[in-house]
Ligand binder design. Structure first.
Ligand code: NAD
Length: 472
């Protein structure tokens, strides 16, 4: 069993003042694998003080210097790519392919930030005023467990590019991955205090970051409930916030859609990251006249979802992160049945042949109404709700009838029609006839999916504050 008993403050690996110990269980073997000594409020205050002390120098650092640091951060992660992948599979139980793409995305985000920085106009002229984009100061980065490296790297890259300093509070469930990425970030050799990493509980470390008057901004990725707490409690010190929260994304299949293409895509987007993805397309909206075909196609293509050993190259759905998460998904499946949705495939319990591990059966419900619990709440497992509509207007209405608005999907054969539907969907990102990667496009949610945007210039400016200087 591993012992993880350090946090990273002011360039040093320290023993936490906190004494609470968390035991992490392996998501596949269900056996204890690591003991994590958790940081407390005092550790958090120490880290904030270090970040505060490092800010004056960081603020004055040149564009060129920041680009060098970003390159070093990229190189330090890339140098340990295979270890990062291994540790992610080991701790998180995700398929190898997902771990590999997460690690590549993570180190690439530092280069993307560097590229962005190359030409970013920190100073512009507005009439007689000079407008300077200034860094905010100490930024708290609070991240979830479902792609630990990715969230840390993306947020940190923008902190460095903007000239601020960071205190990172990763999920306590990702402590092994955090220990390794901490070594990489240390290797990069940035000035002490620019990056601080404090693993602890959300209601302890996260709450202290939210309260503390020396923290200027919080960038948070996680659940909508915790996001609301951060927005509310952070207001006491007028913190800037970027909140990337939950989703219940609609995938609209128009009546002329080619189901041979659209159904494999629908199964892919509902099961991203073993279903533990805020952007998962978990509500499949189909025209009532095509429901029977949709059911046939789902059953035909279900074998594209392979649940099991994360290291098997065939596997594309791994284990849920914890027993609690597994149980939560089981409860939702039960609720779906109790509320009258029809189970097309999957259901409660582990997939056949798997005797241990938090594995969930890919589950599809049909005849779901949009007011059922499984259509309204974020399940965070591979569970799809198929909902029928009568015409395009009703499809748009159902798609938008949710408190969330993170991502949406639409597929159909007529380009004008799919574009028209895309323009009516209320979501931060809309994908037409496929999934695409554009790392500089804004990412974030409408409504209760969040506040603000990440990525590209939108992400960078979320860490900057305009100052108008007149009479210069
Ligand atoms: P969570 O909200 O429980 O935890 C996220 C982080 O917040 C963790 O580090 C946690 O320790 C911390 N936290 C918990 N309570 C806190 C408090 N009171 N104050 C400050 N920090 C606190 O979320 P999770 O279970 O780790 O992750 C799953 C959730 O994240 C899902 O709802 C999912 O949709 C969301 N998510 C959103 C995005 C996005 O980009 N929109 C991406 C991934 C995950």
């Amino acid at each position: 069993m591993k012992t993880l008993n350090t946090i990273y403050i002011n360039g040093q690996h320290l023993t936490p003042h906190g004494t609470e110990v968390l035991t992490l269980l392996h998501p596949v073997s269900e056996q204890p694998v690591a003991q994590v000594r958790l940081a407390d409020e005092e550790d958090t205050r120490l880290a904030i003080a270090a970040a505060k002390a490092a800010f004056p120098q960081m603020r004055l650092s040149s564009r060129e210097q920041r680009m060098i640091w970003l390159q070093k951060l990229h190189d330090a992660l890339k140098a340990r790519e295979s270890e990062l992948v291994e540790t992610m599979i080991e701790e998180y139980g995700c398929p190898t392919g997902f771990a590999q793409s997460t690690v590549v995305r993570s180190y690439t985000s530092f280069l993307q930030a560097s590229d962005l920085l190359k030409n970013y106009p920190f100073e512009t002229q507005v009439g007689t005023a000079t407008v300077v984009m200034e860094p905010l100061g100490v930024v708290g980065l609070i991240t979830p467990w479902n792609a630990n490296y990715g969230f840390i790297a993306n947020k940190l890259s923008m902190v460095i590019a903007s000239g601020s300093t960071a205190i990172i509070k990763p999920s306590e469930l990702s402590a092994q991955q955090t220990a390794l990425i901490t070594e990489c970030l240390h290797e990069a050799g940035l000035p002490a205090g620019v990056i601080n990493i404090v693993t602890g509980l959300g209601n302890v470390v996260g709450a202290e970051i939210t309260r503390h008057p020396d923290v200027a901004k919080i960038s948070f990725t996680g659940s909508t409930d915790v996001g609301k707490t951060i927005a509310r409690d952070g207001a006491a010190t007028m913190k800037r916030v970027t909140l990337e929260l939950g989703g219940k994304s609609a995938n609209v299949l128009l009546d002329d859609v080619d189901l041979e293409r659209a159904i494999p895509l629908a199964l892919q987007v509902m099961s991203w990251n073993s279903g533990q993805a805020c952007i998962a397309g978990t509500r499949l909206l189909v025209h009532e006249n095509r429901l029977e075909e949709v059911k046939e196609q789902i059953l035909k293509h279900l074998n594209t979802l392979v649940v099991g050993d994360p290291r098997d190259p065939q596997t594309n759905i791994g284990a849920a992160v914890t027993a609690r998460q597994y149980q939560r998904v089981q409860n939702y499946i039960r609720t779906g049945i109790e509320e009258g949705a029809e189970l097309l495939c999957g259901g409660e319990g582990r997939p056949a042949g798997l005797t241990s591990g938090y594995f969930v059966k890919p589950t599809v419900f049909v005849n779901v109404r949009n007011d059922m619990t499984i259509a309204r709440q974020e399940i965070f497992g591979p569970v799809l709700s198929v909902i029928t509509y009568r015409d395009d207007a009703e499809a748009v209405h159902i798609a938008n009838d949710t408190v969330y608005g993170l991502q949406a999907y639409v597929s159909g054969n007529d380009a004008e029609r799919t574009a028209s539907i895309a323009s009516q969907l209320i979501a931060g990102r809309v994908f037409i006839n496929g999934v695409y990667d554009e790392p500089l496009a804004p990412f974030g949610g409408f409504k209760q999916s969040g506040l603000g945007r990440e990525f590209g210039v939108y992400g960078l400016e979320a860490y900057l504050e305009p100052k108008a200087i007149m009479g210069r």
